[in-house]
Structures are given as structure tokens and as C-alpha cells.
Write a protein that binds this ligand. Structure first.
Ligand code: HEM
Length: 165
């Protein structure tokens, strides 16, 4: 069941699932920031950020287990395109730099996200309102937002060059 993707390219179910999650996360974060900045809905912002963090972490963990343990690495998924051996090697070499750029953002994002969330939960308390932690939280929050957005953009670019082109 999880062997094939559903977006019409020779991929896997989990790869397509994570691509969809990466596309959805950006507008949901924008919604969360609109809630906090323009509507002052601090509790709604807190809940949405926690749900997004938990869902993303679960999706990416399941995705990693699937790619590494079930499929034996992303190169094996590229091999589903049935290219000649030389063409396959050339494609893998050509798309690897795109993956490395994506990994810079994909690896730093969870650390920033967890730090932002844990500090916010500790320092804003159960009923969050602006206070002494606002300045640091804004800095961490915007850094997390930019990082996840770049994770999403570079992830989609990798998907395009590796599986659609
Ligand atoms: C990774 C998770 C989170 C991100 C990326 C994030 C992001 C942000 C950003 C960018 C702002 C500043 C908006 C502006 O420029 O005015 C903000 C404000 C705020 N956030 Fe978060 N947030 C996260 C989690 C949380 C959590 C878990 C809480 C509560 C425990 C929280 C409570 C607040 C509050 C109270 C403000 C308003 C601060 C103020 O206006 O002085 N946030 N958040």
C-alpha cells in the first residue's frame, strides 16, 4: 500500500504525504501568526503551533523510517524511474546538492522549533499573554518560521528535480 506515491510520479506514499504536509504547513503558520499579531488570539496561536509541531514531527519521523528502513534510501526511490545505470548515476549526482541544501534547513528547524516551543511553554505559562519573554520569543519564532519555510521550499525543489523532471 505504501509502495506507490499518489501525486502521479514514481515515488512512495510517505514521500508524497510529506510533500503535501510541507505545502500545507506554510499557510497554517501564516494563519497562526495572523492570529497572534492581528487578532491577539494568543491561546489559539499556542495550540496551533503545538499541533503543527507534533504533526510535523510524527510525519517526518514516519517518513524517515519509511525512506531509510523500508526503501533503503532516496537513491532507491530515484531508481524507480528505470533509467539506464549511467543515467541513474548522473541523475543522483546532479540532485544530491539540492538535497544537501534542503538538509541544512530540515535539520536545524526541529531544534529551533523545540527551543521556541519549550521556552514559550515555560515562560508564557498556561494562559499566554505578551510579557518579559516576548522579545526573545519573537526572535526565535521568526527564525523558526523562516527555517520551516526554507525547509518547505527546498524540499519541494528537491522533489521537483529528483522525481518530476
Ligand atoms: C515553534 C512554535 C512557535 C512559533 C514559530 C511562534 C512564532 C511566533 C512569532 C513569530 C511571534 C511574533 C509575532 C509578531 O511579530 O508580532 C509570536 C508571538 C507570540 N507567541 Fe508564538 N510561536 C510559537 C509557539 C508559541 C507557544 C507554544 C506559545 C505559548 C505558550 C506562544 C505564545 C506567543 C505569544 C504570547 C506571542 C505574543 C508576544 C507579543 O506580542 O508580545 N507561541 N509567536
Amino acid at each position: 500500500m505504501f509502495e506507490k506515491g499518489f501525486l502521479g510520479y514514481p515515488t512512495t506514499f510517505m514521500l508524497d504525504f510529506v510533500v503535501c504536509a510541507l505545502v500545507l504547513v506554510v499557510p497554517l503558520i501564516l494563519l497562526s501568526l495572523w492570529l497572534v499579531k492581528f487578532r491577539r488570539q494568543y491561546l489559539a496561536h499556542k495550540r496551533l503551533q503545538i499541533v503543527l509541531g507534533v504533526v510535523l514531527l510524527a510525519a517526518v519521523t514516519a517518513f524517515e523510517v519509511d525512506v531509510q528502513l523500508v526503501h533503503g534510501g532516496w537513491e532507491k526511490i530515484v531508481a524507480k524511474q528505470n533509467l539506464e545505470p549511467a543515467a541513474l548515476a548522473a541523475k543522483i549526482a546532479a540532485v544530491r546538492p539540492w538535497l544537501l541544501v534542503h538538509l541544512v534547513f530540515a535539520i536545524t528547524t526541529p531544534f529551533l522549533w523545540v527551543a521556541t516551543t519549550v521556552l514559550a511553554l515555560k515562560r508564557f505559562g498556561a494562559n499566554p499573554v505578551p510579557g518579559a519573554h516576548s522579545k526573545l520569543h519573537s526572535t526565535l519564532g521568526w527564525a523558526s518560521t523562516v527555517d520551516i519555510t526554507l525547509t518547505s521550499v527546498t524540499g519541494l525543489l528537491f522533489y521537483y528535480v529528483a522525481f518530476m523532471k
